[in-house]
Design a protein around this ligand. Sequence first.
Ligand code: F6P
Length: 368
Amino acid sequence: MYLIIFFILLSITFIFSYLYGGIYVVNQTVETMRIGILTSGGDCPGINATIRGVCKTAINHYGMEVYGIHSGFRGLLDNDIVPLTDKDLTGLLNMGGTVLGTSREKPFKKRTSSTSENKPALMLKNIKNLQLDCIVCIGGNGTQKTAAKLAQAGVNVVSIPKTIDNDVWGTDFSFGFDSAVSIATDAIDRLHSTASSHQRVMVIEVMGHKAGWIALHSGMAGGGDIILIPELEYNIHNIGNTIIERLKKGKAYSIVVVAEGIKTVDGKKAAEYIAQEIEYETGFETRETVLGYIQRGGSPTAFDRNLATRMGGHATEMIANGQFGRMVALQGDAIGSIPLDQAAGKLKLVNEDHDLIVQGKRMGICFG
Ligand code: F6P
């Protein structure tokens, strides 16, 4: 019985490898391994530190060959790759963005009639021709999904979570998040003085996609009076009352931190909508600020540099140990990993009993 199941699985593997171009273990020993590394999706602070961590460990510790793939998965379709040496990895630790470039190319997305190209087959053929033994995929949720599909197609994949949004499932934190929170907190700090001088309500919109991590962390660290996140429902009358009650206590200004992903009407942007509603509800002069891409740019914090470095080093160790099809993850204080198909397709959202919410509510901060 077991023998039959074994042969069925073997045949499926061979059919798949025939269709897509092969199973990818080319160079047998660790020292002769050729690894490709790519960065995909939105950029964030800390990506270059991870590239440095992966590649320096691969070259200096394991003696592997490393190839940088340009513009995410698009580089695998275009054969756009370059060999990387230790010298190429100098100066990357504190550099923002990604030296490899990025794109939102999704090669496994369903083909439409206008795009007849079989991207998965082309990509798998290229990986085989380039003799890459493993692909390191650095990215957010979209990238984890593509990486999981690549692994299912027989490629050796190790992925690393990166996003300012902190919403990749299976890791306690992703690098980029701490840097974004620190930038947003600085912006909120600066709004306090101008809000106080003009006795205004200031609404600031921060990124986070469908999750409220940046709003929650920067809102609490920046002393926000009202914090709105997509995970918690809000009531505009409640928000208005909170602002009026603050005035009665002699607090002439209020800071409102909103996540970009909160629900609004008529497709209005979060800050625009909330500022309009507050002015209508309270009659107070209200101004809005959308922080935008500043949160993604520039140098990573010390925390992100070290998290990125550790994740990079562990990813290479996983390659050397043959632990493929997995995503590196921060688990408490330790770096571990989880199967890619467990992480892919799920969002890590803020729980309503998160300690910052519980403590914030007790202090009188309004969460909607
Ligand atoms: O995923 C990071 C993120 O910055 C989100 O917070 C934001 O919604 C999105 O990317 C916008 O990125 P882009 O304009 O590059 O698609």
